[in-house]
Design a protein around this ligand. Structure first.
Ligand SMILES: [Fe+2]
Ligand SMILES: [Fe+2]
Length: 133
């Protein structure tokens, strides 16, 4: 039985939506704690917090899928996501420049690395659509 949209339209829909958003927030929160731990030199703690964050992101995906916040037309959706990632990458590079202008060089570099990740997601998604869909 497919999980997609299973709880949509049921009495659980609202609760599952709250879980989806809560898990997404938790994923970011644990990654932020991981940055705190890293800055304190607690590298193993930081690694463990990132693993918890990955679990929370996965849980968020489960709840999103259960309430149908996804699309089964992977070719169309992932192609469109690819373009979104690439244009986000440009905007985030701009943000990195703005942070650089404030004189926060380390933060600017970290945000620039995020922009490069987004670009990489875009090109990878294009390759994956080509290869599998
Ligand atoms: Fe969770
Ligand atoms: Fe991305």
């Amino acid at each position: 039985m497919s999980l997609i949209g299973l709880t949509k339209g049921t009495d659980l829909e609202k609760k599952i939506d709250e879980m989806w958003k809560g898990e997404a927030m938790a994923a970011a929160a644990y990654h932020a704690f991981a940055i705190v731990a890293k800055e304190k030199g607690l590298l193993e703690l930081s690694e463990s917090l990132m693993k918890i964050a990955a679990d929370e992101a996965r849980h968020g995906g489960l709840y999103a899928a259960l309430n149908g916040h996804t699309n089964e037309n992977l070719s169309e959706t992932l192609s469109s996501m690819a373009n979104g990632e690439i244009s986000a990458s440009e905007q985030i590079k701009e943000l990195s420049n703005e942070i650089h202008k404030l004189g926060f060089e380390e933060a600017a570099q970290a945000v620039k690395a995020a922009a490069e990740d987004e670009y990489g997601h875009g090109t990878l998604l294009k390759e994956l659509v080509e290869k599998y869909l």
